[in-house]
Every structure is written in structure tokens, then in C-alpha cells.
Design a protein around this ligand. Structure first.
Ligand SMILES: [Zn+2]
Ligand SMILES: [Zn+2]
Length: 343
């Protein structure tokens, strides 16, 4: 078999494929040809010459960056194959957000899979992760790659939110959610748990909620969470309601006008109590769009690659774990991927 780093190797601009002359999720500067795993800002940037991605990811990039986000776009459905120069490229679902994909790159009998970001739990807003059989090199993210990260059952976290709403009917539950993925997932999970009332959303979430609905993810009754301060008692209608917005918005004027706000935050990082405390979160909801430790290690065992390459922050513990399992593993130390703070 040929050496894997002839097919993909880290560069300052991101993971580069020399025979195909393209980058996967380039992190810095514009490149001629990019293959993009999903629409989060640290993976999907504007200004490239050409972008190959799922139709959903292309739609998300257009919604965020405008029609001119790239000179040419090439949609690719899950499982469809294309040749870029002599390299075969296809996508398998990653279960992270709408349109998210693992990129499969094949050349001279070598198959490498780059996960982008992924999770294994059920998410009613996107296709479930599908492991790619026959993977020689598995390039895995490791955002929560420490044994302390074990995310609880998601339905239980949603239940906590609904219990709190029932217990404090005079307060406005302000739920911090990232605009892409987390917002729509939390909304959908609330619907599945039987909450059918209108949910109020910050303007920053509107475009992407609409995009999800256009792609067949029904979100139920939504309304804009605007506060007309001239209208007397306008705030009162938000008592006992659930309002969703980007976490940063809760500290500004917008967030402070809701009656008796109860700040919640839906994030994998809420398992770190210190983080919840520091950000003034009263009700932390541990809802992650990334694999936790068990999901990461179970996935490596399931895919069972000849080599494991690890990106995204917490590389060392996963490398160590792999070595103890008798696996060949290396950290990639790609810079430029943030944790969920900008997802
Ligand atoms: Zn992401
Ligand atoms: Zn990421």
C-alpha cells in the first residue's frame, strides 16, 4: 500500500491532497479547490475557487456568506462518487448537523476517511453517522477526546428543561444554542417530547431554521423574540415561555429585557461545571453535537482502521488509548478548528 501521507497530509492551510490538488475544510485563506465536510464556520469558509460539498452544506454556506461565497460549487449526494484529478471522492453521513459528511478519499487502493465533526446519537434533524467499511486511515475529530467526557442521555436533558418551565411558570427560559445545528435539534427534541407551544427565536436563528424547514425538518410554531419596549407590558407575554438565541445574546440588551430570565445553555461543554458557572448559566443542558469519549472509542473499534489520525484539540488521550489497544495512531495538530464556541 502507498504511504497515506502521499494522499493526505497536514499543511498550514489545512488537510491537503496532492494528487487531487484539493484541501479538506481549509482553515486559512482561500484555496482553488475545497472539499467541505459541513457548514460550521471553522470548517466552511468563503472565498474558495471551487467547493465540493453536500447540497445541504452548500445551501448553508450560501445562507451564511451570500450567493458569491465561491466561484463554482459542486454538489455531491451521500454515496455519489466524483473523480478529482485521479482521486476518487465520496461522502458518508456524519450525524453532526444537516448535510454534514465524512469525506472519503481513495487513490491507488488506499481509502482514507476524514470525519469532520461527528456524533453517533440519534439526531432527528440530520442523517445518522454511517461508518465506512474498509477504511485504511481514519482521521477522527477529538473535541471531547478525554475519558471524563461522557454525555448523558439527551432526552433526559430536554426533560430537565421542560420540568424547569413547569416549575417556574413566571420566568422566561432563555436557552443558549448555536445557530447551526444545535438550535434546530433542541427545537425538534422539544417537539418530540410533546412541547407544542410557540417557541421564540432570536433573529440570528431565523434563516437557518427556515433552511432546515425547507429541507424537510419541521420545527413547529416559531415566532421572533422581539421586544417592543414602547408597547406596555410587551415583556409579559414571554413569562413561562422558551426563548432560544445565541449564547452571546443573553448578556446584551436583548437578553436582559425578558421578565425574570432563567439562563440555560445547550452544549457539550456544560459537562464542565466551571464553564457553566463562569458563563452565568443557571440550567446547564449537556447536549452535544460531537462524539463523547465512548462514541469516539467505539467508533474507532467499529471502523477498525489500520491507522488512526486525530485532529481537533484533545489528541493526546485518544492517541494513548489507541496505542494501548495496539493501534497505530498519530496526532495531526491541525490548527484552526475551534471548539463549539464558534460552531
Ligand atoms: Zn462542526
Ligand atoms: Zn469542528
Amino acid at each position: 500500500m502507498i504511504r497515506p501521507d502521499l494522499l493526505l497530509h497536514p499543511t498550514p492551510k489545512g488537510l491537503y491532497c496532492p494528487p487531487g490538488d484539493f484541501y479538506i475544510d481549509p482553515v486559512r485563506g482561500a484555496v482553488d479547490r475545497a472539499v467541505v465536510t459541513h457548514g460550521h464556520a471553522d470548517h466552511a469558509r468563503a472565498g474558495h475557487g471551487a467547493v465540493l460539498a453536500t447540497p445541504e452544506t452548500l445551501a448553508i454556506m450560501e445562507a451564511r456568506y451570500g450567493e458569491e461565497f465561491t466561484k463554482s460549487r459542486q454538489p455531491i449526494e451521500y454515496g455519489e462518487t466524483v473523480e478529482i484529478n485521479s482521486v476518487t471522492v465520496w461522502m458518508s453521513p456524519a450525524g453532526h448537523v444537516l448535510g454534514s459528511a465524512q469525506v472519503v478519499v481513495e487513490w491507488k487502493g488506499l481509502r482514507m476517511v476524514c470525519t469532520g465533526d461527528y456524533k453517533r446519537r440519534r439526531d432527528p434533524t440530520c442523517r445518522q453517522f454511517e461508518p465506512v467499511p474498509g477504511t485504511h486511515v481514519f482521521i477522527s475529530e477529538a473535541t471531547f477526546g478525554l475519558p471524563v467526557f461522557r454525555h448523558p442521555d439527551t432526552d433526559g436533558e430536554i426533560r430537565k428543561l421542560l420540568d424547569s418551565v413547569a416549575m417556574f411558570p413566571e420566568r422566561t427560559h432563555l436557552v443558549g444554542v448555536y445557530a447551526l445545528g444545535k438550535a434546530q435539534r433542541v427545537i425538534k427534541l422539544l417537539r418530540e417530547a410533546g412541547y407544542n407551544e410557540t417557541l421564540y427565536i432570536h433573529g440570528a436563528l431565523e434563516k437557518l431554521c427556515k433552511l432546515y424547514e425547507d429541507h424537510g425538518v419541521a420545527l413547529g410554531p416559531l415566532d421572533t423574540a422581539t421586544l417592543d419596549t414602547k408597547e406596555r407590558g410587551a415583556q409579559e407575554r414571554f413569562r413561562g415561555k422558551i426563548v432560544l438565541g445565541p449564547p452571546s445574546s443573553f448578556h446584551d440588551k436583548w437578553g436582559r429585557r425578558f421578565p425574570d430570565p432563567l439562563p440555560c445553555f445547550a452544549s457539550g461543554w456544560m459537562s464542565v461545571r466551571q464553564r457553566a458557572k463562569q458563563s452565568g448559566v443557571e440550567l446547564p443542558l449537556i447536549i452535544s453535537d460531537h462524539a463523547d469519549w465512548d462514541e469516539l472509542t467505539d467508533t474507532v473499534r467499529e471502523v477498525d482502521p489500520e491507522e488512526l489520525w486525530i485532529t481537533h484539540g484533545r489528541e493526546d488521550a485518544l492517541v494513548r488509548w489507541a496505542e494501548l489497544e495496539g493501534r497505530k495512531a498519530r496526532p495531526l495538530r491541525l490548527v484552526g478548528y475551534e471548539d463549539e464556541s464558534i460552531d
